[in-house]
Design a protein around this ligand. Structure first.
Ligand code: SF4
Length: 235
């Protein structure tokens, strides 16, 4: 079986297991953009609290941009790494407002996927993952966000090689899947859920996994060394 065939088989099995759904996400693209920055290595509940507190203390995007840095860090402190995220947020807002005249990214809808990706990833602190999450969830563009869960599960299965980075996995997996936003949304969501609930970092529940008959990691006796999985000692 080729990697493309195996990817499509796994996609089909998880579609059956979790169910296919329409794309959903935050209605406001600016919320998605800033919320995605806040969400990095942070639980959803803490991200929501950080966003809400920030908007309560600084009700306009211009106020967020111009806030004293320590005050913005304090407002988003429930998100991990607030001292890193606060300057990122202010830099993004500075560039966006300077270029477009307002904190509004609705124009991305009218750009091609490539143009929108290029524009977003030129913003300070916006990488491939943030850009793909925003473009898929808010604008329904056919891209595939690869977070740690998607990276780990696709690598354990053997859809991508043991050393393939999340960045390289994006292009590889995209080439195996239909260029369709709903298909890619479901692939992302299902692999994300599978990584959270079944194929967890340290104790994957292989006995309960619908993908087990096709899993390289399981067939290796869970001995494969993969770039997506941290070692137990945290190194
Ligand atoms: S069989 Fe185990 S390691 Fe393989 S995908 Fe399923 S849970 Fe993950």
């Amino acid at each position: 079986m080729t990697s493309a065939e195996k990817t499509q088989l796994a996609h089909h099995l998880l579609n059956e297991h979790y169910g296919v759904q329409a794309i959903y996400g935050r209605v406001d693209p600016m919320h998605e953009l800033i919320g995605t920055i806040l969400s990095h290595r942070t639980t959803h509940a803490n991200e929501v609290t950080a966003y809400r507190t920030m908007r309560e203390r600084f009700p306009t995007w211009e106020a967020v941009r111009d806030a004293p840095l320590p005050d913005l860090i304090a407002a988003i402190h429930t998100a991990n790494y607030p001292e890193v995220k606060a300057p990122y947020i202010q830099n993004v807002l500075r560039e966006l407002i300077a270029e477009r005249g307002a904190a509004n990214i609705d124009f991305l809808q009218d750009l091609s996927t490539e143009e929108a990706m290029d524009w977003l990833t030129k913003l300070p602190g916006i990488g491939l993952k943030t850009a793909t999450l925003l473009l898929l969830f808010s604008f329904h563009k056919p891209v595939l966000p690869i977070d740690t869960h998607v990276h780990r599960v696709t690598q354990r299965l053997g859809l991508i090689g043991p050393k393939v980075s999340a960045e390289k996995a994006h292009a590889l997996l995209l080439s195996y899947l239909p260029t369709d936003a709903t298909e890619l949304f479901n692939f992302h969501k299902h692999f994300y859920w599978h990584g959270q609930r079944v194929c967890t970092w340290y104790t994957p529940k292989c006995e309960a996994c619908v993908l087990a008959p096709h899993c390289d990691f399981l067939q290796s006796g869970k001995t494969m060394v993969l770039s997506s999985t941290p070692k137990r000692n945290g190194k």
